[in-house]
Design a protein around this ligand. Sequence first.
Ligand code: SF4
Ligand code: SF4
Length: 460
Amino acid sequence: MNEQESFRDHISTVNDKGKRVWVYPKKQKGRYYRARTILSVFLLAFLFGAPFIKMNGHPFILINFLERKFILFGFVFGPQEFYLLVLATISVLVFIVLFTAIYGRLFCGWVCPQTVFMEMVFRKIEYWIEGDAAQQRALDKAPWNGNKIFKKFSQELIFFLIAFLIGNTFIAYIVGTDRLFSVINQPPTEHLNAFIAVFVFSGLFYFVFSKFREQACVIVCPYGRLQGVLLDPNTVVVAYDNVRGEPRGKLETPKTTGDCIDCHLCVAVCPTGIDIRNGTQLECVNCTSCIDACDSIMDKVKFPRGLIRYASMNSIKDKSKFKITPRIIGYSVILTLLLTVLITLGSMRTEIDSTIFRAPGKLYQEQADNKISNLYMVKLVNNTYKDVPIQIKINNPDAELKIIGKDISLPELSVTETEFLILIPKDKIKTTLIPLTLQVIADGKVLNEIKTNFLGPNKQ
Ligand code: SF4
Ligand code: SF4
């Protein structure tokens, strides 16, 4: 197999002996890189700032799997609304699949936290401390001396501090900033689990961004692994125009080969170490570095830009326009259905949910004070972040309500189930089935009106 074909049987970051090949991507510049840098500033500001945003005194985003508390963009998912969260997650997944089928891995290159942190934070620090790819290579090959020790130590220290910041932010998304600050302000022995979690996550992020790097995208990320089934020849990806570029050959006058001058700059800047000229590959995170690199070369040799560009395989092959495929239609229909169900269920949700019914299988009971009682069950769900005082009122002036056991209290994000009796004096009961309307009142507001029946004794 010749060199140009050898990419098919191994990944670029592993050599013949199965050892890791460290990638030293050359410093990037260009219009896409500038745009990604600007976007990353906003994304990082949001990522680090969101846990501090509060709405009505509660986090804007909270993803507490441990205590099953979820708030997304201020929308509280109550204890009985896990299905809404699942539906929202499925909708997001379908959206990603649909989006990928049309626009490829735009997400990976522009907004994925792995790429944003790696290329816009850690890589920039590396360039700042160690220099460009050639200097980094030279430093790694150089014997350990004062300069190397200082550069490597300070770089790894800064990496760990940033990983520690990311680890703390990650925990803040799970438990909220209030709890995180109380963990920070108290001795580690008082919050040993949280303390260990912060260090485990910090260590993990340090490992990923300092050592593991592009391997996370190449061999771990499930989204990356799915590209083979999500992409088709009409998907827009970062692509090399082989029709225009091949056969590649050095710059000469007159140029008898294609527009690719085989300068290898697109390979040198690639953070996953691949050659985009070999076609779409699973390793490609669509970061656009090779577009910028190739455009800079095209400018120098005075050829039109766009030898590497956003394009689909079909549009390169036969210069065809974007096509809506049956797969895109299918995904769109599924997504529309899911969103319709989600919006309908979301609009039907109530902050306090109540169910009241007469205890099944129970008849009336005769009480000592010449009254007849029926047993009822009540289930109340509080989907809000406040404690709510609850009252139940009956529309029948002869009826009296008696709570059994604990009073009805409804703490934040809780489910309460209790029982109560309704008592009616015997002489006021004229029929065996008395219709009743019960009002569930919270904070003086009628939340729900429930129709039920009261069972009385047979009148002879
Ligand atoms: S091939 Fe280009 S777009 Fe893909 S990862 Fe490498 S540099 Fe980024
Ligand atoms: S940067 Fe452009 S011209 Fe240079 S090798 Fe890559 S595709 Fe060819």
